[in-house]
Write a protein that binds this ligand. Structure first.
Ligand SMILES: Cc1cc2nc3c(=O)[nH]c(=O)nc-3n(C[C@H](O)[C@H](O)[C@H](O)COP(=O)(O)O)c2cc1C
Length: 348
C-alpha cells in the first residue's frame, strides 16, 4: 500500500477523529497494528493557527512518518495556505476533509457540505495540489457518499479529484444527511473504486475482523479505515491484520498488557496537554477502555471524580490489577454497549 512515494506497513488506517486521534492516540494505534494515521483536522483559518488547540494538533514530535495532516475549510486560497503552513511544519501528506458532517468554518459549512458544491470542492482540490505537488507532498481526499440519499455524487467527485491530482480517496459509506445514524453502505464505495485508479480506502462501521473482510470483499478497496471501533480498543488493528493474514483470530490481549498500554497512553496524553487539562481529557479514553469490562461503569463513575495525575493513574492501575487477577486475558464484552454505539461514543 502506497500513498504517493510513501510505503505503508499495512492497509489498516486509523480514521481522523477530532478530540480523539491526537498524537498520543495515533501513536498507540500504530504501535498496536495500524499502518497509517491521519491527524485530527486543522482549520484553514489563519487566526486560529496560534491557538493552543491548533498548535497542539500541528505538533508531530516523535510521530512515525508519514505525517498526514487533515485540513478543513471552504475557501480554496485559505486551504492552499493551510496546506503550505502544515507542510512547513512537517506534514508529508495533506488530507482534505470532505467527510465531516458538522463543521462550520468562517460561518460556512465545510467538511462534507462541500460535496454539494462540486465546483468549489474541485477548486479547493486544485489549489491544494498546486501548493503541495511542487513540494512532493501527496494530497488525499476524505469524503462521504454524497450529500443525501438522492444526491450521492461520490463517484463524480472521485473522478474529478483524481484528474486534479489527488493521490488517494477515502469514502465513508454514509451521506452527509445521515450523520452517524443508520448503517454504512458499501456499494457506493465499490463504485468509486471501480471508477478511479488511485487507491481507495473504505470506511464506516468496521468493528471486527469479519466485518473487515466483508468490506474488503464488497468494495474491492485497497485499504480500510477504522474510527469508533478503535476507541478504547486500539489493538483492533492487530486483530484485523492477523485475521487478514491467517484467517484465524488472534487471542485477546493479556489484561495486564491492556492496563499497561493505557497507563503509557495516559502519560503521553498528560505530556501533550499538561496535567490539569490532561487529567480531564483523559477521562474519555479511560471510559472507552473500561466500558465493555466487568465493573467498568462503576469504575468510570469513580474515576471521573479524580482530578490529579497520580490519583488517575493509580486508579487505572488498581482496576486493571484487580481485573487481571480474575481474567488473565481481557474478558469478552457481555452486556457492554457495542463498540459502535453512536450515542455512547458521541456523548462521551
Ligand atoms: C468523534 C468523531 C470525530 C470525527 N472527526 C473527524 C475529523 O476530524 N475529520 C474527518 O474527516 N472525519 C471525522 N470523523 C469521521 C471519522 O473519520 C469516520 O469517517 C467515521 O467515524 C466513520 O468511521 P467508523 O464507523 O469506523 O467510526 C469523526 C468521527 C467521530 C466519531
Amino acid at each position: 500500500m502506497m500513498i504517493g512515494p510513501h510505503v505503508l506497513p499495512n492497509r489498516l488506517f486509523v480514521a481522523p477523529m477530532a478530540g480523539v486521534t491526537d498524537r498520543p492516540f495515533r501513536q498507540l494505534c500504530r504501535q498496536l497494528g495500524a499502518g497509517y494515521a491521519v491527524s485530527e483536522m486543522v482549520t484553514s483559518r489563519k487566526d486560529l493557527w496560534q491557538s493552543l488547540k491548533t498548535s497542539r494538533r500541528a505538533d508531530h514530535t516523535g510521530e512515525p512518518g508519514p505525517i498526514a495532516v487533515q485540513i478543513a475549510g471552504t475557501d480554496a486560497q485559505m486551504m492552499a495556505e493551510a496546506a503550505a503552513y502544515n507542510i512547513d511544519r512537517g506534514a508529508q501528506i495533506i488530507d482534505i476533509n470532505m467527510g465531516c458532517p458538522a463543521k462550520k468554518v468562517c460561518n460556512k459549512w465545510a467538511g462534507s457540505a462541500l460535496m454539494r458544491d462540486e465546483a468549489l470542492a474541485l477548486q479547493i482540490v486544485a489549489a491544494v495540489v498546486a501548493v503541495a505537488a511542487p513540494r512532493s507532498v501527496p494530497v488525499t481526499l476524505k469524503m462521504r457518499t454524497g450529500w443525501c440519499h438522492t444526491e450521492r455524487n461520490a463517484v463524480a467527485i472521485a473522478r474529478a479529484a483524481e484528474a486534479a491530482g489527488v493521490a488517494m480517496l477515502t469514502v465513508h459509506g454514509r451521506t452527509r444527511e445521515q450523520g452517524y445514524t443508520g448503517q454504512a453502505e458499501y456499494d457506493t464505495i465499490a463504485a468509486v473504486k471501480a471508477a478511479v485508479r488511485v487507491p481507495v480506502v473504505a470506511n464506516g462501521d468496521i468493528d471486527s475482523p469479519e466485518k473487515a473482510v466483508a468490506v474488503l470483499q464488497a468494495t474491492g478497496a485497497d485499504a480500510l479505515m477504522i474510527g469508533r471501533a478503535a476507541m478504547g480498543r486500539p489493538w483492533i488493528f492487530r486483530e484485523i491484520a492477523h485475521y487478514l493474514a491467517t484467517g484465524s483470530h488472534l487471542a485477546p490481549p493479556a489484561t495486564a498488557d491492556v492496563g499497561r498500554w493505557l497507563v503509557e497512553h495516559l502519560h503521553q496524553h498528560y505530556a501533550l496537554y499538561g496535567d490539569f487539562t490532561g487529567v480531564r481529557s483523559a477521562r474519555k479514553h479511560i471510559g472507552w477502555a473500561v466500558r465493555a469490562l466487568p465493573g467498568g461503569e462503576a469504575f468510570r463513575s469513580v474515576m471521573n471524580t479524580l482530578d490529579t495525575v497520580d490519583a488517575q493513574v493509580a486508579a487505572v492501575r488498581h482496576y486493571f490489577d484487580q481485573l487481571a487477577q480474575a481474567h488473565a486475558t481481557l474478558p469478552a464484552a457481555a452486556d457492554a454497549p457495542a463498540a459502535n454505539d453512536d450515542q455512547a461514543i458521541l456523548q462521551a
